[in-house]
Design a protein around this ligand. Sequence first.
Ligand code: SF4
Length: 186
Amino acid sequence: MKTLLHICCAPCSIACIESLRAEGIEPTGFWYNPNIHPMTEYKMRKNTLVEYAKTIGLRLEIENEYGLRRFIEGIYPDFDHRCGFCYRLRMEETARFAAENGFDSFLTTLLISPYQNHELLIRTGREAAKKYQVEFLYRDFRPVFRQGQEKARELGLYLQKYCGCVFSEEDRYRKRPKKPKPPCGE
Ligand code: SF4
């Protein structure tokens, strides 16, 4: 099966790739994350993934458009409900790329994070699959989340401190609610 794995960051990708390989699936990684701000952070996460991919022999496809304006336009003006658009933008781009480049299926490393809206991710993935006529290969990677993060620390990979968008960066410094939403990669 030819599978495209959308990757939000290198640390989250570790256990997802290991799990898929254990199943006999060799994924191709796909970088498309216009949600990450500022650009220095975007470059840091992207470069970390590029370097990590080399060490594990992972094929990588990079969407070179940064996409800042597309992201901001999409979340405006309902900034507090931005994650739905953020998921859709990335899932649809992954599904489109998969369909146009001969992949049978796609999925995302966001499925590993216990801090993301897992049900919404599944729904969004299925909708994108229907739109582009390519299978959404659902996997619940959450049980191996900690394991992957531990490995990222051992490898000395860059670990981000917030999910990605400027609002999640702001949240870092706000008074913490009872159940804060940490970065997708932690
Ligand atoms: S908090 Fe994370 S998932 Fe939500 S919009 Fe920001 S970057 Fe996207």
